[in-house]
Design a protein around this ligand. Sequence first.
Ligand SMILES: [Zn+2]
Length: 309
Amino acid sequence: MRTVYAINFIMISAQGKPARVVLLLAFIFVFASPAFVSAAQQRVKVVASIPPLADFARQVGGDKVDVALLLPPGASPHTFEPSPRVMQEIASARIFIKIGAGLEFWADKLIAAANRNILLVDCSEGVDLIRDAAHDHGGLHGADPHYWLDPVICLKVVTRIENALIAADPGNTALYRKNAAAYRERLVALDREIAASIKTFRTMEYITFHSAWNYFSRRYGLKVAGVIEESPGKEPSPRHIGAILRALKKMKTKVVFAEPQFSPKIAEAIAREGGGRVLFLDPEGGLKGRETYIDLIRYNVSMMEKAMK
Ligand SMILES: [Zn+2]
């Protein structure tokens, strides 16, 4: 097939410009050569819903995987609307990795329509989920899906992704095992680093923008004193804002946390009224300087240090 193309090309271009012909032929041979094609084909195409999962897949898969991210950085999974590009990504993927627990409430139908053969990895399986009616999309789950903000839980998530890659691409089992083990060690070190930082806090209470921080708080002994948007994307009532203000006045810190995926206007108004200031926590990641999970968690701990140390 490739030879036929090349011969046709030489015949058509026989009286054309020789330099361009050579260049184009070189292009065809490089990109159609068996070595190039097999290297590209061997890569496992993985689609992940949120940046931390995409990072885990890259950490474990290395150069044996092509990882696509469904949610553009800065988007919230709670208010996400899939585009035709998303359908294409899923249609051509071998593995889809999701948080589950109702976070990607838009994903299941999409996958059924786009790709029935995809290997679906629901990372919430086996996780000790926190019950939370506020995050209940359509009455199906009733669970808080933000467990990825607990690095200890992510040890299991990484293992789940490691097993999925091995199932899809058993030829690289040893590499996936080695990468996953090395990355889990980094998560263990991260967990120790966070615990050491939190020991220096003068207060354990904080006000968050949406209820993303329950797992992190459970792990490190923090207390969420108030949540501005109890249902993500839905504006709080004046009565609820009043309750947040009363909580803020009793607290040792005068910081209200906003999040980059949502407008900071309400957090700013509460901070003004309560004589405090606004800092940003980021539960999703993917933005500049926090593309990797470890950088994302470190960023959040540094913001908490500013507010609570
Ligand atoms: Zn959330």
